[in-house]
Design a protein around this ligand. Structure first.
Ligand SMILES: [Zn+2]
Length: 395
C-alpha cells in the first residue's frame, strides 16, 4: 500500500559563495556536538569539488491560495492602516493579482499603494511574499525584516522569513528564525518540520547520499505512522475499500503556481502527499490522508463542492480529535471555522474551490446534496443526468 518516492536533494550552488562558505563553517562549528553534522566535516573538501545538481529545491511553495483555506488567501483582506480609498483599491488589486499568481502585477499594485501610504506595515509583508514568489529572495528578506521591526512576534511572518533564508541557502539563519518561532509557539509544526528539512539541506551539502537516505527513511517511517493513525480513526470496513490504493510522498501538481498538499489520482489509484510534508508530524499527514481517502473511496475521477466539503469535514474532525495540541496553520484554520459552525467551514471550502475552478460541480457520486436542499444545489446548467467533468488530479 505504501510506496516511497524519495527525491534527491541538491544543494543550491549559491551555497558555495564565499559568504555562504563562512556561514557553512559556522554551522559546522556550532553543530560540533550534533552527531548529524559531526562526522561530515572530513568529507567536506571532497564533496565541495563535486558538481552538485541545482534546482530540486526550486518550486517549493511558501503559502499559496489554491488548496488551502488559510487566512493568507482570504478574499476579503483586512486592511491595516491606509485611509485613502485609492490605496485600498490598489491593495485589493494587488491581492486579487496575488490570488491569481500574477506576481508582477501584484508587485506593481502594492508598490503604488506603498507610495500612497508608506506607514502601512502590512504592505511590507505583502511585498515580501510577492518577491519570494518572484525568487527575489534578498528583497523579500529585507521586506519581511522591515515588517518584523513593528511586529516582531508574528509567527506567520517569521516562518515565511525562515523559508526565504532556506531558499537562499542561508541555512543557519533559517534554523535560527524557525527556532525563534518555537520560542513563541513550541508546538508549531511548520517551524518544526522546517528545521528538520533545513538540517537535511545542510547534510546534503556535506553528504548528499546520506541526506537522501535519511530523508527516504524518515518518509517511510512517517508515512507508516500517519497511515496507522488515519486507519485507526476510520473504520476497518472503510479502510477495506481502500486496500488497493497506493500512498506515497512525492511531487504534487501545481494549481496556479502552488503545489497541492495532497492529491488523489484515479488513473494511478494513488494518493500523493507533497514531499514538503516528509518532516511534518504524522498527525498532520494523517489529516490529509483522511481527506484524500474521501476522494479515493469513490474510485472515480470526479469531485464536487460537496465532495470537498465531506473531505474537509472528515479531516477536520480527525484533526480536532487527534492533533494533541500540535499547531498547523492550515488544519487549525479549518478547525477554528468548524468549531464556530460546521457550515462555516463548508462555506469556506465552497468559496475556495469555486474560486479555483469555477466549473466545479455542486455534487458528485456518493456526495449528494442534503435532502432538503436537493433542488437548489443543482445549478441551472447542471442537471442530475448531465455527465460530470472528470479530473486527472483531485486535491
Ligand atoms: Zn479534496
Amino acid at each position: 500500500m505504501i510506496s516511497i518516492n524519495s527525491s534527491y536533494i541538491s544543494c543550491p550552488r549559491k551555497f558555495y559563495d564565499k559568504e555562504n562558505e563562512r556561514n557553512f563553517r559556522r554551522v559546522e562549528l556550532s553543530e560540533r556536538s550534533n552527531p548529524e553534522a559531526n562526522y561530515l566535516s572530513e568529507r567536506k573538501e571532497n564533496l565541495r569539488q563535486r558538481n552538485f545538481r541545482v534546482g530540486s529545491l526550486k518550486g517549493e511553495q511558501l503559502y499559496g491560495c489554491d488548496n488551502r483555506l488559510n487566512q493568507n488567501c482570504k478574499m476579503t483582506p483586512k486592511f491595516l492602516g491606509g485611509n485613502s480609498s485609492n490605496n485600498k483599491e490598489e491593495i485589493q488589486k494587488g491581492d486579487n493579482a496575488l490570488n491569481e499568481n500574477k506576481f508582477e502585477e501584484a508587485l506593481a499594485s502594492y508598490t503604488k499603494a506603498q507610495n500612497l501610504d508608506p506607514d502601512n506595515i502590512d504592505l511590507y509583508k505583502k511585498i515580501a511574499k510577492v518577491q519570494f514568489h518572484l525568487k527575489n529572495y534578498e528583497i523579500s528578506e529585507e521586506n519581511y525584516k522591515k515588517y518584523l521591526e513593528k511586529d516582531p512576534q508574528n509567527i506567520d511572518v517569521l516562518t515565511e522569513l525562515g523559508e526565504v533564508q532556506r531558499q537562499k541557502g542561508d541555512y543557519k539563519k533559517a534554523v535560527n528564525t524557525f527556532e525563534s518561532v518555537l520560542k513563541i509557539e513550541s508546538n508549531n509544526d511548520l517551524a518544526k518540520r522546517s528545521i528538520l528539512e533545513t538540517k537535511n539541506n545542510i547534510l546534503s551539502c556535506y553528504n548528499p547520499m546520506q541526506a537522501s537516505k535519511e530523508k527516504a527513511e524518515q518518509a517511510r517511517k512517517n508515512l507508516n505512522a500517519a497511515l496507522n493513525m488515519a486507519a485507526y480513526y476510520l473504520t476497518p470496513q472503510y479502510m477495506q475499500e481502500l486496500s488497493d490504493v497506493k500512498i506515497r510522498f512525492g511531487e504534487t501538481s501545481k494549481m496556479g503556481g502552488t503545489s497541492n498538499i495532497a492529491q488523489y489520482e484515479n488513473s494511478k489509484n494513488t494518493i500523493t502527499v507533497s514531499n514538503t510534508y516528509i518532516y511534518a508530524a504524522p498527525e498532520v499527514i494523517a489529516a490529509y490522508l483522511v481527506h484524500e481517502t474521501v476522494h479515493a473511496k469513490d474510485n472515480d475521477p470526479y469531485t464536487s463542492v460537496k465532495e470537498e466539503q465531506d473531505a474537509y469535514k472528515l479531516a477536520t474532525e480527525f484533526w480536532i480529535n487527534n492533533s494533541k495540541g500540535i499547531k498547523d496553520p492550515e488544519m487549525d484554520y479549518a478547525a477554528e471555522l468548524y468549531k464556530e459552525s460546521p457550515s462555516k467551514l463548508s462555506n469556506r471550502v465552497e468559496e475556495i474551490y469555486v474560486l479555483r475552478d469555477p466549473d466545479i460541480a455542486k455534487t458528485s457520486p456518493n456526495h449528494p446534496p442534503e435532502e432538503n436542499k436537493k433542488r437548489s444545489l443543482f445549478p441551472k446548467h447542471q442537471s442530475a443526468s448531465q455527465s460530470l467533468k472528470s479530473y486527472n488530479i483531485i486535491a
